[in-house]
Design a protein around this ligand. Structure first.
Ligand SMILES: Cc1cc2nc3c(=O)[nH]c(=O)nc-3n(C[C@H](O)[C@H](O)[C@H](O)COP(=O)(O)OP(=O)(O)OC[C@H]3O[C@@H](n4cnc5c(N)ncnc54)[C@H](O)[C@@H]3O)c2cc1C
Length: 474
């Protein structure tokens, strides 16, 4: 063994999603020995793309359509260079479907006047007048989503656009959901902003919403399979189908990672760990029950015998009676997502692992989804008869009203291990986009390379009260 090999530090990266892959990139570039341990049979995590061979050809489905936007020019350059001509520009067009009506998103005055019922317009106008007299909760941390939205947007908009959708998405009453969800997802501050934005905008008014975005030709996951290939070329050891099941510790250090592969148990001795797997799982494997939970998603993917269903990237399905929260047509992002002349639909259905939806037999779920599509005016007979479903267990960190306290205790517990850096969306228990997960992975690696404890900074990285899209450079 050469002296370089003898002194080379070995870092285990747990999870091969965007955060783990970017951490590995930084580490291998800095001369570290890196092993990625990934449970799935591919890298990419929630950003992976699945291929389906249908009777008309190949279809591709993301785990819920993704798009790449960032405000970080260096990261954008990295992605541009990695993907070169395989990166497309797509344009977003979204609508909200509610009670048989279709509203443009973001809201536009002409469209609202044309489509909204009088009761909604009247109610929102009265709420706008009464808004200055309503007492707002001072502290986001101590208030619920329902209270936060009602005191900012009024009861009418809350009831029409937020209550049903939010309850369906999270599976809990919005008055048990933390207001953090609102501040991170809803770019407009209150009803006055809505009203202001409905007026014709000056040319130089900044947009709160990124219309253009990057999207790889063969699905979002194409970006991460390419990144994985480059990492292997650089010497990173990527172990797929390996489930991290045990964390060995001694005093304040992690000494080894236990994982199972094809039913066999293995152990990897390491110097440091970057973990992008769920915060709650890392706590459990080190002897602490955090009480943190995730909301899951089941995706229902169907080839359709038609060239296009609509020109919308996203259709938000607000009615509580409709099972899914979003309907997407993957070829709106890239024409390569379906065979020529054909299209497909993907429905995102929120659930909890092991509940009725998660366990529902495929044909039964298909029947239910086709009935919902009919309600939305989509002909059920254009489905080729084929379908497949996919699952994401840790889709959304459940931000209930107590989550901040539970998260803080979990962080304190894990920070006792000096050589562990948590990172990424599941690892930090934060609702973050892909670019932030990638940046977090880079930061985690940098903290090891520079020997600095930046864990608190990473947990709260980009925790601004603005929706990221506002500042997108894409
Ligand atoms: C429906 C939906 C739509 C989204 N749309 C967008 C979008 O349009 N744009 C955007 O930027 N972001 C979007 N996101 C967010 C994006 O998916 C995440 O920000 C990103 O995937 C986070 O990357 P990560 O590496 O932190 O986590 P993940 O992608 O979750 O990766 C974690 C990895 O850890 C692995 N793992 C977990 N447990 C174990 C274990 N015990 N052993 C081994 N491996 C394990 C998992 O298999 C996974 O590969 C969306 C998310 C969802 C759910």
């Amino acid at each position: 063994m050469s002296s370089t090999e003898q002194t080379q530090q070995h870092v285990a990266v747990l999870g091969g999603g965007p955060a783990g892959l970017m951490a590995a990139w930084e580490l291998v570039e800095a001369g570290y020995k890196v092993t990625i341990i990934e449970r799935d049979d591919k890298v990419g995590g929630m950003c992976a793309t699945l291929k389906f061979e249908g009777k008309h050809g190949d279809y591709r489905f993301d785990f819920g359509g993704h798009r790449f936007i960032t405000h970080n020019p260096e990261l954008l350059k990295f992605v541009d260079e990695l993907m070169a001509e395989d990166l497309l520009y797509a344009e977003r067009k979204s609508v909200i479907r509610f009670k048989g009506r279709i509203y443009q998103y973001p809201l536009a005055i002409g469209d609202l006047l044309k489509n909204a019922p009088f009761s909604l317009l009247f109610g929102a106008a009265v709420d706008l007048l009464l808004l200055p007299f309503k007492k707002r909760p001072e502290n986001r941390r101590d208030s619920s989503f329902a209270e936060w939205i009602e005191t900012r947007f009024g009861k009418t908009l809350y009831k029409n656009f937020f209550e049903g959708y939010t309850g369906k998405l999270w599976g809990i009453n919005p008055n048990r959901l933390s207001a953090d969800w609102a501040s991170q997802r809803i770019s407009l501050l209150d009803l006055k902003d809505v009203a202001r934005r409905l007026l014709p905008q000056k040319k130089d008014t900044p947009r709160t919403y990124a219309r253009k975005y990057r999207y790889p030709k063969l699905g979002f996951g194409h970006l991460y399979t390419r990144l994985g290939e480059e990492l292997v070329k650089k010497g990173v050891d990527i172990r797929l189908n390996c489930n991290v099941s045990d964390i060995k510790t001694s005093d304040d250090k992690i000494t080894a990672i236990g994982f199972t592969q094809n039913g066999e148990e293995h152990q990897l001795n390491i110097d440091s760990v970057i973990a992008t797997i769920p915060l709650s799982d890392m706590c459990r494997m080190t002897g602490y029950d955090s009480g943190l939970e995730f909301r899951s998603l089941r995706f229902f993917n169907m080839p359709m015998e038609k060239e296009n269903i609509s020109d919308n990237t996203w259709q938000y399905l607000s009615d509580p009676e409709i099972l899914g929260t979003r309907l997407q047509e993957p070829r709106r992002r890239s024409p390569y997502m379906a065979p020529e002349g054909q299209t497909s639909v993907m429905i995102e259905i929120p659930c909890n692992k092991g509940d009725e939806i998660w366990d529902m037999e495929g044909d039964k779920l298909r029947e239910r989804v086709l009935t919902d599509l009919e309600t939305l005016g989509i002909d059920r007979n254009i489905n080729t008869g084929e379908y497949f479903t996919a699952y994401t267990e840790h889709a959304y960190p459940l931000m209930d009203v107590d989550y901040q306290d539970k998260r803080e205790k979990a962080i304190t517990h894990l920070c006792q291990f000096d050589n562990l850096v948590m990172s990424g969306r599941q690892g930090s228990f934060r609702y973050i986009f892909t670019d932030t997960a990638m940046e977090m992975g880079q930061l985690a690696a940098q903290s090891i390379i520079k020997g600095e404890d930046r864990r608190r900074e990473i947990f709260d990285f980009r925790n601004e009260n603005v929706v990221l899209e506002v500042q997108s450079v894409a």
